[in-house]
Ligand binder design. Sequence first.
Ligand code: GLA
Length: 388
Amino acid sequence: MTADERMALMTEAFAARYGHPPTLWTRAPGRVDLMGSHTDYNHGFILTMTIDRDTWFAARPRADRTVRVASLDMGGESTFSLDAVNTDHDQRWANYVRGMASVMQEAGYTLAGVDALIHTTVPVSAGLSSSAALEMAAGRMFEAVAGLAIDPVQLAVFGQRAENNFVGVNCGILDQYTSAVGQAGSALLLDARTITSQNVPLTPDIRVVICDTRTKRELAGSEYGRRRAQCEEGARALAAFYPGITHLRDVNLAQFEARAGELEPEVARRCRFIVEENARVAAFATALSAGDRSAMSDLCAASFAGARDLYAITSCEMQVMLAAMLAAPGCIAARQAGAGFGGCMAAFVEAGSETAFAAQVAPAYQAATGIEPHIYPVVASAGAGRVE
Ligand code: GLA
């Protein structure tokens, strides 16, 4: 669908629902992480990029303090007053929008009522941050309707707060930051402690290809929380030997190894993964910029092995997919993405080989699992903002 077709589709649905056409538009992209799994809540580093799949809001300000929001993809509608923003137990997707309104008001902004319609091309529950895209596009809409000007980093922090405190997901800053700050044509080297990033230009001769296993492990949410708690436990234990450390980001591999034996074995495995993964991020950014294919391949292989053996966030389907990716034409490197536990993975593929790559990976994965995967290249698109 072209942008014009999408706008026409949304305009028609908006007018049918609300009786008049929309007057303003916002959008925010999903993301894929290129290196740095679960490092964000450990105050570490991530190489991350936006993708060219995004969530759009068509909107029209209202004269009162009511927010009506409908989703073309989910089919439902949710209505609330800005004077009492509560949880919607039926239209759960709406809580990302409600959460943004709640958090922005708590921060002191005066918002205004709006009729809104959402349409997204970010796959939901696939590990590509459809919720962050929804939050960031909603935030930009509330900003526009109320005539505000909010810094992208601040918007990302609001999104994380909405997710942590309103929706109840204890995520880090990665998803919202990428969606808010990302730039076309660049990856971001994010420091999750200082919440700052450097652009890492992407080379046109290497393509990022999403390989969606189209599976999701049931316990993904609770397992995520357990990993996080284990990291915190490890950091607390290590602080007894290294005063001043607050997060695993503060520990280097030599320091970790000197004290790993003092940790409970499973906690030690989780912590080792984070310490090693964190060190891989800068190395991978350098390798990608230099087009150093052999270093990229080694770093991704180590990242996946750690995700499998130490952090335990891979699945059978992910292992089948990895093997299919690595065997396919043009594949330089491949690894997990997002939180793991199923969902999408990322391959780095020689430009020009994307079609041959997908043509080999899809049947190989399907033959082994019985599941038809989704395989498609992505490019970094602009971060959240107005659609002009
Ligand atoms: C999810 C979370 C992020 C991050 C990743 C893993 O996407 O929302 O904050 O922790 O998992 O890197």
